[in-house]
Design a protein. Structure first.
Length: 95
């Protein structure tokens, strides 16, 4: 079941999944996506929406993901969106 699957009685048609899937494009934007998320966390902290300690943990985690993607320890599965559940769409590189 997909993350949004609990709202519907039937599974989405494969054509709808393909139409709604942008992972093939999104996977090329991982670096700027992560940098944008870091900037967003910092803004939330600067506006006292989240505590600075939480911001630091978010930034640390996102930087870890960015480093793992950059050095190949982590890859984005281009088929991940079709099988997305509560787990991440990131997967370790295949051997």
């Amino acid at each position: 079941m997909k993350l949004w699957g609990a709202r519907f009685e039937n599974e989405a048609d494969n054509i709808a999944d393909g139409f709604n899937s942008s992972i093939g494009f999104d996977r090329r934007l991982w670096k700027v996506d992560i940098e944008g998320s870091i900037a967003h966390a910092r803004m939330l902290s600067a506006r006292a929406i989240i505590p600075s300690q939480i911001c630091d943990k978010i930034v640390e985690g996102l930087n870890g993901i960015k480093n793992d993607l950059a050095n190949g320890a982590l890859e984005i599965d281009p088929k991940g969106i079709a099988a997305l559940t509560s787990s991440a769409i990131f997967s370790p590189p295949s051997s």
